[in-house]
Write a protein that binds this ligand. Sequence first.
Ligand SMILES: C[S@@+](CC[C@H](N)C(=O)[O-])C[C@H]1O[C@@H](n2cnc3c(N)ncnc32)[C@H](O)[C@@H]1O
Length: 313
Amino acid sequence: MAENYRFFRMRMRLLKQGRAPYRAVVRSTIDLETAFLRLTGRNLREARIYEIGYGQRPMRLLALQSLGYDARGVDLDPPVIRGSMSEFRSIARAGGSRRLVKSAVRHFLFDRAERRHLDKALREAGAQLRIDIRRLDVGNAAEMEIPEGSIDLIYSDNVFEHLPPDVMEILCARMAKWLSPQGVALVMPDVFSGIAGGHLTEWYADFLSDRYQRRTEPWEHLRKRRARADCYLNEFRLEYYRRLFRRHFHIAEEWNVEEGLGGEFLTDEIRQELSEYDVEELLLGRYRFALKARLPHVACPALQPDDQAHWKL
Ligand SMILES: C[S@@+](CC[C@H](N)C(=O)[O-])C[C@H]1O[C@@H](n2cnc3c(N)ncnc32)[C@H](O)[C@@H]1O
């Protein structure tokens, strides 16, 4: 409940800030363009783009589509676009009554206003919001039927930490096949060892500077484990992602997007308690991997039990 309340406050704050965050969404398409050019030498305008896990607010995907990019994506949960009965019925079928209530509240309180802001930001960039529902696939990404070599850019933010190991394994193998020879995947999990890795909203980057009595302690998810996120987390450590990705890809680049996240909360006492982690690992936020398929695609041997020690704590 408190978690939902904090999310509510964050959304209200963004709406009050007006257009700025939506300008940032539009700008983030330029970040993709720059990264794609650097990694492939090609223009994103020529690329076939696919997002894995676009979420309930597929803002970046909608921005890309509206700006004329060839972009589509997939999510397990159907999005609410029009707010029609049939959309809410499919949400209830896929996620039950709790998900239905959450989606309805979100849609009527926020989605429409947020899309208006996004439309304004797009108009400043010479476009307007266009939503093509046919390009928002619904299903398990690991089960999508996508022709080999048919995608030039796959991107996925804040999704891989939610994938069970077996799904991740299948998905990585498939992604490596979907990518065109020069294609690249930009994958950004929120790494478990970071202060926000437990997905407790009060430790998200957006709230770290807020001064209030928190219900949980910093790195609670590694230390006391009293509070848990209301979503599945695979609890992978950074090194485990690396090993898993290397089985299917060449890691072309990797970087910590939120460097030093939570540094002000890392006391000597907590460092001692969590001495099995390097300080860098504790200060990780969302972490970006740029992955290129190894050609011809042959997966390296499966991870051994010893490798798995890097995963669970
Ligand atoms: C935390 S949300 C992130 C959404 C969005 N990418 C963002 O950054 O706001 C994770 C999303 O991943 C989706 N997801 C989880 N497992 C998936 C799978 N196997 N296939 C497709 N989507 C999946 C969930 O439904 C959820 O919408």
